[in-house]
Design a protein around this ligand. Structure first.
Ligand SMILES: [Zn+2]
Length: 156
């Protein structure tokens, strides 16, 4: 691939990216919610000139473009990996829903309650993490499967 092909590829890519971002922004502006007052303060501090135009849309997963060329490019520049927590498309901002995260932590809270507080929980949890490893620790596995039962398979 010669250096000359880069601007050519870029000129193919750019209009596709613009079209995708424009459509997604329109969707967010239609379906999203305006910023809360403290978020408007943050937006102003960031230098946003039209904070009242901004809409936030909570999604389970940040959508990725389906067009094969865009998809490949997005992967190549790591603009849209499977796990981004947010994505701004001008005044439309995707925010990944944190419900799965909260549900996972609630499962740990239930374990604290069941085991009788911080000391007994940490005694068991840390022991498991140190001997079996964090990802395979039974308390961790239980929290993952409990959260999966409540809100699908997107929990880690
Ligand atoms: Zn956990």
């Amino acid at each position: 691939m010669g250096e000359e092909s880069v601007p050519e590829q870029f000129e193919t890519l750019l209009p596709l990216a613009v079209q995708w971002a424009t459509e997604e922004e329109e969707r967010i502006l239609r379906e999203g919610v305006p910023l809360a007052e403290d978020e408007i303060v943050d937006a102003v501090a960031m230098g946003v000139r039209n904070p009242k135009r901004i809409r936030l849309l909570q999604v389970d997963e940040i959508p990725a473009p389906r067009h094969p060329i865009l998809k490949a490019a997005a992967g190549a520049i790591r603009f849209l990996t499977p796990a981004p927590r947010g994505l701004a498309l001008c005044h439309g901002i995707f925010i990944r829903s944190d419900r799965s995260l909260i549900v996972h932590e609630l499962a740990h809270t239930a374990q604290y309650e069941r085991l009788g507080g911080i000391l007994p929980f940490l005694r068991k949890y840390l022991f498991e993490c140190l001997t079996i490893g964090y990802s395979q620790a039974p308390l961790e596995q239980e929290a993952i499967s409990m959260a999966n039962r409540v809100c699908g398979s997107q929990v880690s």
